[in-house]
Design a protein around this ligand. Structure first.
Ligand SMILES: [Mg+2]
Length: 121
C-alpha cells in the first residue's frame, strides 16, 4: 500500500482528497501547511505528496524548495493542486520540483490519472 501525504490548509479539501485516495487504496496522511509537510517528509517520506499551492506558514512553492535541500533520501513524487491554469504558474511549479499538477476542484478520475502519470496508481 502506497502512502500519500495530503497537504492543504483546507480541512474540507483534505477530507475530500482522503476519501478519494482511500478508494484508490492509498494510506493517507495529512498536513495543514508546508512546514508540517516538511517535518513529516523528513521523519518518513511518503510515496507521493498531493500539494496545495496557497497555504499560510509555508506555501507549496516554499515546501518544494525546502524539500529539494532537505536531504530527504527517497524523494516523494509531488502532484500540486492549483486553481490557476496559467502556463507560467504551472511551469514555475514544475521548475521547483513538482512532477505533475491537478486543477481544483478535482474528481476521482482526474486524480487517478495524474497519480498514474507519476507512476503511483
Ligand atoms: Mg490553500
Amino acid at each position: 500500500m502506497k502512502t500519500c501525504l495530503v497537504v492543504d490548509d483546507s480541512k474540507v479539501i483534505r477530507k475530500v482528497a482522503r476519501h478519494i485516495l482511500e478508494t484508490l487504496h492509498f494510506n493517507v496522511e495529512e498536513a495543514c501547511d508546508g512546514r508540517e509537510a516538511l517535518t513529516r517528509c523528513t521523519a518518513a517520506a511518503p510515496d507521493v505528496v498531493l500539494l496545495d499551492w496557497n497555504m499560510p506558514v509555508m506555501s507549496g512553492m516554499e515546501f518544494l524548495r525546502a524539500l529539494g535541500t532537505s536531504g530527504v533520501s527517497r524523494r516523494p513524487k509531488v502532484v500540486f493542486c492549483t486553481t490557476e491554469s496559467g502556463v507560467a504558474h504551472i511551469r514555475a511549479a514544475i521548475d521547483a520540483g513538482a512532477d505533475e499538477y491537478v486543477m481544483k476542484p478535482f474528481d476521482r478520475e482526474t486524480l487517478q490519472s495524474k497519480l498514474s502519470l507519476v507512476g503511483m496508481a
